[in-house]
Write a protein that binds this ligand. Structure first.
Ligand code: ASP
Length: 308
């Protein structure tokens, strides 16, 4: 059986004048690295969960993306990161929210899943847990980039809480979904959240069933205005549409991203992969940074709508 890996680097697209060929090359390079990291796991016969963790960790390390290093800032200028993952075969899940010092929040989510009886740890206790688990920790300065500071200043001036791309030349939240050669599915999502979010605000990304979901039918990772994805129970809804209404992964993804989430007043996109390895990449925004790699094929990445 073959494998499929899909990644996203956030819904939305920087303004056309900022999308220079050099910038496009940087974004695409980041997406390709994530595909390479996760694809290497799958090509070696590794499991879907390990692949999505590797792909997301690569994007967390890339300051271009709004996760880990390069995360957006809260209204008081702090980095507060959220991440989650889910193993479709076992429905085991782990998540962290509002963490400030963990280099790779997705690895902390994995540790929550494997090493505790819980699904979600939040705040300073989650940072302390990660440190006790021996995960790499960083000072706040590691995560903040000059660009994110400038972005916050614009958002504060405008008095808005902004999705990363609304005021940004850098792209957003990251995620990955995979179906491995044994047919197992997994999903992972990581984010700094929205620029100028209130301190303590938690979006959809660490909420199992909202920003992330995996079962034996489908694996899903979302990006966009988190409050709308939570109210739509977006990632789980996609699975429910497939299981109870018999929709294809593409039709279910379109229903959620293009109808249910907008009905809740938000916009964004999602990636999904079904049990047969069929991917769906759907977004209601002008673009979504995204990539797909299927066994036997070449990795493909795209940013704008026209490229789909
Ligand atoms: N969904 C993320 C959040 O609301 C933001 C994003 O995907 O850009 O925190």
């Amino acid at each position: 059986m073959s494998w499929t890996l899909v990644v996203h680097g956030g819904a939305g697209t920087p303004p056309a004048e900022e999308l220079t060929p050099e910038r496009i090359a940087l974004y695409e390079g980041g997406l390709r690295e994530a595909l390479a990291a996760g694809g290497a796991v799958l090509a070696a016969g590794g499991d879907a969960l390990a692949a999505v963790i590797a792909a997301v960790a690569a994007l967390e390390d890339d300051p271009l993306f709004n996760a880990g290093r390069g995360a957006t800032l809260t209204s008081s200028g702090r980095v507060e990161m959220d991440a989650s993952l889910m193993d479709g075969a076992t429905r085991q899940a782990g998540a962290v929210a509002g963490v400030t010092r963990i280099r790779n929040p997705i690895r902390a989510a994995e540790a929550v899943m494997r090493r505790t009886k819980h699904v979600l740890l939040a705040g300073p206790a989650a940072d302390a847990f990660a440190a006790a688990e021996g995960l790499a920790m960083e000072e706040p300065g590691y995560f903040e980039t000059p660009h994110r500071r400038a972005q916050l200043e614009i958002a504060l001036k405008r008095g808005v809480m902004a999705q990363d791309h609304d005021i940004s030349t850098k792209v957003g939240t990251v995620g990955a979904v995979a179906r491995d050669a044994q047919g197992r599915l997994a999903a992972a999502t990581s984010t700094g959240g929205m620029t100028n979010k209130r301190d303590g605000r938690i979006g959809d990304s660490p909420i199992i069933g909202a920003g992330t979901w995996a079962d034996t039918t489908v694996a899903v990772s979302c990006t966009g205005m988190g409050e709308a994805f939570i109210r739509a129970a977006a990632a789980h809804e996609l699975s429910a549409l497939m299981r109870y209404r018999g929709l294809s992964v593409q039709a279910a993804a379109e229903q959620v991203a293009l109808c249910d989430v907008p009905d809740q007043g938000g916009s964004g996109g999602l990636i999904a992969v079904d049990a047969a390895g069929v991917p769906a990449l759907v977004f209601g925004t002008p673009g979504m940074h995204r990539g797909v790699w299927r066994a036997g094929g070449a990795p493909e990445v795209a940013i704008r709508r026209a490229e789909t």
